[in-house]
Design a binder for this molecule. Sequence first.
Ligand code: HAM
Length: 438
Amino acid sequence: MAHSKGKFPLSAKIQAVRGMKDILPEQTPVWRYLEETVRGVLDAYGYWEIRLPIVESTELFKRSIGEVTDIVEKEMYTFQDGDESLTLRPEGTAGCVRAAIENGIIHNQVRKLWYQGPMFRHERPQKGRYRQFHQIGVEVFGLSGPDIDAELILLTARLWRQLGLLEHVQLQLNTLGSAEARSAYREKLVAYCRERFAELDEDSRRRLDSNPLRILDSKNPAMADLIQGAPQLLDHLDEPSREHFEQLTRLLEMGGVSYVINPRLVRGLDYYGRTVFEWVTDRLGAQGTVCAGGRYDGLVEHIGGRSTPAVGFAMGLERLVLLLTEGAVSRTELPLERYTPHAYFVAVGEAPERAALVLAERLRSSLPRLRLELNMGSGGFKAQIKRADKSGARFALVLGESELAEGQIGLKSLREEGDQRSFSEAELIDFLAGQIAS
Ligand code: HAM
């Protein structure tokens, strides 16, 4: 990637790097809801979290993603650290495989792992495509049958159902066959493209020798005709891969997951073989793939481990958040109350303020699940009630001089009409306990 040296006058505002977005407090509840839902599903299927570095040696990505891919050719954030070349991870599979080999955790055993975090690709930013973006990824090692491919897809389908997104996404499936079948097919495809060389765009001409399967993935409308007529890998499959694919589709049908076979689905990373899949939506414009993955049985050995079958996928969290908030579901339909306080404590006057600080602590001790925000920085009753309303809380607890004198706490509903009620501390605890439970 190119670096430009800009001059920053001292008075100039320093801005975020292009394509790298802040996720603001108003947005984080949706992110947390999404992440917690995904984690819940992964826990329910018996997957374990692995936490991985964001920086890896450049060589790892070159060797795993492939030298002649968009990511490695032009999208990596690479820098020199002494005499080492390092790269901000553009995806999680390579690092996960590296860690699994290095720590000896996949030898002779099955591992079902997941990870989460930022990835970096120097792409042209647009809606749903950023230079820093976030994935939750899943990788399974040690299983070669179609049952695990099916489980991964069923798991994602369950997730979409829980999020209310299932009817807005479509599963596209393909198989890339064995390495041998692919290389025989590759020759046929190259021969076909050479015959129609004049129709190839510049990118495809470049890929003809290095990575011809990627020609099928071209989004250039001028290439559509040529791609349509190209020989299909599905017709050149080896028998074991065909069997694997057929069993997978049968399992999906039994599991009630519908799919579309897309023979032109080749994926942009070189490590795949056999099953590949993408969940796509038409609600996000050009960046419609929300989750993608497949089988990569050769990768562990390729980067220095013992031959181990593997399969996985990653979902793009920005795209799912977009789908949840403006695409498919309206933000108001999301269960986000759990991220706002149950109650906001309004305390007016010096002595009530001091008393409220102590009382709030007692309430928190009595009700560990209570989310209680205590007003800070004083303020009159009206100003504090405004803050209480803005906090999203359902109730305001009110402590003024008169309540303090009477040993009572006021409670005002912020979401429904009604008079302020008065409780003793014990009554208030009972009342709040009931509210938290409901
Ligand atoms: P990928 O298709 O490159 O696969 O990325 C997976 C998902 O990450 C995409 O479907 C998309 O939702 C999201 N994504 C990718 N690039 C961007 C971007 N620039 N901005 C926003 N979202 C983006 C992988 O990364 C593989 N490691 C998946 C995998 C895991 N295969 C096997 N195991």
